[in-house]
Design a protein around this ligand. Structure first.
Ligand SMILES: [Zn+2]
Length: 601
């Protein structure tokens, strides 16, 4: 009997005592913030909070114990070093996100990291690498590494005693067993969440769980599972796109037609003159509107505040309000190609690692997937450029003739942060400075913040110039241009925040600047003469409530595409258009909200 007890004691407790430096380091990294909780609970007892705390302790203990056992039983130094690197990395990442953005590790944050290309990364580093919050993170990480190394070097020499450990083992056996049972019981929600095979179901389960595992390790596991499912969704969307059928070829080939879609980036419409801004940021668009060639829509909304989600929904034939995910519908440019259009996709956000892991889940790996490219494009750009106008020139100055029927899609860098990097710093575009920002809010006393607003306004002036270039090129051809952005942006507009710094709940200020977006249609004189009915429909539709996931319906209308994918009641310029509930998503808790309900509050 005694032998069995001694065997179990050794089996269960030894890993902790023999690998105590690792066991302790894990708690140091992930349990530090929990130290004050028991005292707060004693002073102000709340049963829900207490249970949540107990669950967190249980899940942290179980991860710590499992990793410690792996080191103890493999007896491999390499394994140990790898696990140390892993936990320090997760700790550092989590701390960096918390200090800089008030975020923790979520699927969307991981997706954002994985989708960042080299240029964006270097700008990100310029912005955040030496911020006060980042320096605090580095300090915290370095202090912890020093403690860990010291403990590793001194533990067996000065702390560990075989005899006292033997006694400790018999004392610890019962608490360790109880903590193990409790720890395993807290795994339920994580297993239930990760068991789901579709993203929607996974997110739905997350919202249903009363106690969501909130430690960084569980968050990382859930995020990795979500990212795996995002990859599956892409495969699904590619299959559906490969199998589109019954698309009638264009019947009227007597005249050529150019349909151009320009997808902007991080465009806050309240900084553009055409939507009433007091700085002259869109002189050219204004001029076109006054001439009667440009129609600015006043009530367009995007469903997401993240490029990847937004662009996939813009280019897919789904409708979120009708319960259809982007991956359940085909990629709309493929339908234009099937209808015998030439399709040109020119993206300044294209990166070149589409084949490499882990970018296989990124937006670009979908847009430039081999099968998608084959079924959808006549040609794609092979270089990206520092400024958007160079991208536009690379297509317009190429040998493309643009005869017949063409769908041209430009995906710009727009006003993506850091906005001052988006335009050439010459007289034409450096029109506003910090002094031009006549605002007196308390949080705007810092001149650098005013400079950020000025830079953003200058980036819009450049965007106006880029669109002018496209319009000038096509103005004598039978052409219609649709412009929208993937999502808006925050530039200290209504609070002390920039770059979509989410405050944890949907507010009117947030949806106004991030979800309410610029959307306009420009028609050449020739197009206006040839398509008077369509132009009247456009003119009459500018106040209709529209969401960008249904953009393909407008494109099918303009392209005169005949297929079952065209649904008139989702087409904002059709007489049969029916307004739908516009569901926008809070990417922090994956809940959908009715945009109009928040707007009207
Ligand atoms: Zn974006």
């Amino acid at each position: 009997m005694q032998k069995t007890v001694s065997f179990f004691t050794k089996f269960i407790v030894s890993p902790i005592l023999e690998q105590f430096p690792f066991f302790f380091s894990f708690l140091l990294l992930f349990g530090g913030s929990l130290i004050g909780v028991p005292i707060s609970l004693l002073l102000n007892y709340d049963p829900t909070w207490a249970l949540g705390f107990a669950k967190l302790v249980g899940s942290l203990f179980i991860y710590d114990y499992i990793l410690t056992c792996i080191i103890y039983y493999t007896k491999s130094k390499t394994v140990k070093i790898c696990l140390y690197i892993l936990i320090i990395f997760i700790y550092g990442l989590n701390s960096f996100l918390e200090q800089n953005f008030n975020y923790s590790i979520t699927p969307n944050v991981l997706l954002l990291v994985l989708e960042t290309n080299g240029r964006e990364a270097s700008e990100f580093i310029d912005l955040f690498a030496f911020s006060k919050a980042s320096l605090t993170t580095y300090g915290k990480v370095i202090i912890r590494i020093i403690i860990i190394v010291t403990l590793e070097l001194t533990y067996f020499r000065y702390i560990y005693h075989r005899d006292s450990c033997r006694k400790l083992k018999s004392i610890l056996i019962l608490p360790v067993i109880l903590l193990l049972i409790w720890g395993f019981s807290t795994f339920g929600p994580l297993i239930r969440i990760c068991r789901h095979n579709t993203l929607d179901n996974l997110f739905q389960q997350q919202t249903m769980e009363l106690f969501l595992p909130s430690d960084p390790i569980s968050s990382t596991i859930m995020s990795l599972r979500s990212i795996y499912l995002i990859g599956n969704e892409m495969k699904n969307a590619v299959e559906i796109t490969k199998n589109i059928k019954d698309i009638a070829p264009i019947s009227d080939k007597t005249d050529s037609l150019n349909i151009i879609l320009v997808i902007g980036e991080s465009f806050n419409k309240w900084h553009s003159e055409i939507y009433g801004y007091h700085h002259s940021t869109t002189p050219y668009l204004n001029q076109e509107a006054q001439k009667g060639n440009l129609f600015a829509f006043n009530n367009a909304v995007c469903p997401f505040c993240l490029t990847s989600h937004s662009v996939k929904n813009i280019l897919s034939c789904n409708s979120i309000s009708d319960g259809e995910a982007w991956s359940q519908a085909p990629f709309f440019p493929a339908i234009f190609k099937a209808a015998q259009y030439n399709v040109y996709f020119w993206s300044n956000q294209k990166t070149y690692q589409s084949d490499a892991f882990p970018t296989t889940i990124s937006l670009n790996s979908y847009l430039f997937d081999k099968d998608i490219s084959h079924s959808s494009y006549t040609a794609i750009n092979d270089s990206t450029f520092r400024y958007d106008d160079e991208l536009v020139s690379s297509l317009l100055n190429s040998s493309q003739q643009f005869s017949d029927h063409n769908l041209i899609i430009f995906h710009l860098m727009g006003q993506h942060f850091d906005a001052k990097e988006r335009f050439p710093h010459n007289k034409e575009f450096l029109r506003y400075t910090a002094d031009s920002i006549q605002r007196n809010e308390d949080y705007l006393q810092d001149i650098e913040k005013k400079q950020c607003i000025a830079d953003y306004d200058n980036a819009i002036i450049y965007n106006d110039y880029v669109i002018k270039h496209i319009i000038d090129f096509f103005q004598h051809k039978n052409t219609v241009i649709v412009f929208l952005t993937d999502h808006g942006e925050e530039v200290y507009d209504y609070k002390d925040g920039i770059h979509r710094h989410y405050e944890g709940h949907m507010t009117k200020g947030w949806i106004k600047h991030v979800h309410n977006i610029p959307f306009f249609i420009w028609c050449s004189d020739k197009y206006i003469n040839n398509h008077q009915t369509t132009v009247n429909s456009i003119r009459n539709a500018i106040d209709r409530p529209f969401m960008t996931d249904n953009l393909c319906q407008l494109m099918f209308h303009l392209g005169e595409i005949k297929s079952d994918y065209y649904i008139t009641e989702r087409d904002p310029i059709s007489d049969q258009f029916k307004p739908r509930k516009r569901l926008i998503e809070d990417l922090h808790n994956n809940k959908k909200y009715d945009y109009d309900e928040i707007w009207l509050k």
